[in-house]
Design a protein around this ligand. Structure first.
Ligand code: CA
Length: 226
């Protein structure tokens, strides 16, 4: 298999060096950038398979870098953050980061996340109309039929749309704002509690473990109990 390329955009030299060393030891080809504009340029030139991106960067912050690199093409982004700010993480997910880790983190955990993101990215996304089968849960967008453990589950159209959105990419965390935009078509900032109440309804109908809450961030479909 061709060597996977990873761009590491991080301005703290010790963190950048240890992340790069670890990823190289795991067989990845790694290139580094130490500021925002350099990171954008690196992604253009190096065409990485994945980007490890620090949120707080000189020049351009990580959010703006994320926006710019996603403008060219979709590339999985693992965001690193020192700030424990829910708003930042929410915005990070909204601009297209796929996952995040708070500092300090263990290099082993980082490698595990990187591998998971690459696996996810290499799997072709399920087609919107194809019936989805996730363990004991099946979701058919064509007939709008949901079955769980062999029984029909009746969902409202919005509940169906929300479940279908989460189920197309299991384990990917969606922020409330993103769900509002993509399921409800709302603009940023409107009625985030709406999302919570629909999640509660889905849990009532499908079981509490089906949708995982990522505290302060949003929700993901969890297939481990299905
Ligand atoms: Ca930094």
């Amino acid at each position: 298999m061709e060597q996977r390329r990873i761009a590491v955009i991080e301005d703290e030299p010790s963190i950048a060096a240890s992340v790069a060393a670890r990823l190289r030891a795991e067989g990845f080809e790694v290139e580094l950038a130490a500021d925002g504009p350099g990171g954008v340029e690196l992604c253009r030139r190096f065409r990485p398979d994945l980007v490890v991106l620090d949120l707080m960067l000189p020049g351009l912050d990580g959010l703006e870098v994320c926006r710019r690199i996603q403008r060219d093409r979709h590339v999985p982004v693992l965001m690193l953050t020192a700030r424990d700010s829910e708003a930042d993480l929410e915005v990070g997910l909204a601009v297209g980061a796929d996952d995040y880790m708070s500092k300090p983190f263990s290099p082993r955990e980082l490698v595990a996340r990187v591998r998971a993101l690459l696996r996810r990215a290499e799997r072709p996304p399920a087609s919107e109309d194809e019936p989805l089968r996730l363990g004991s849960l099946s979701i058919d967008a064509a007939t709008r039929r949901v079955r769980a453990s062999g029984r029909d589950v009746h969902l409202t159209p919005t509940e169906f749309a929300l479940l279908h959105k989460l189920a197309l990419t299991p384990h990917v965390v969606f922020g409330r704002r993103r769900l509002l935009e993509e399921v409800w078509g709302y603009r940023v900032g409107a009625g985030e509690r709406t999302v919570d109440s629909h999640v509660r309804a889905l849990r009532r109908k499908l079981g509490t473990d089906v949708i995982r809450t990522v505290h302060g961030i949003g929700y993901a479909l969890d297939t481990t109990t299905l």
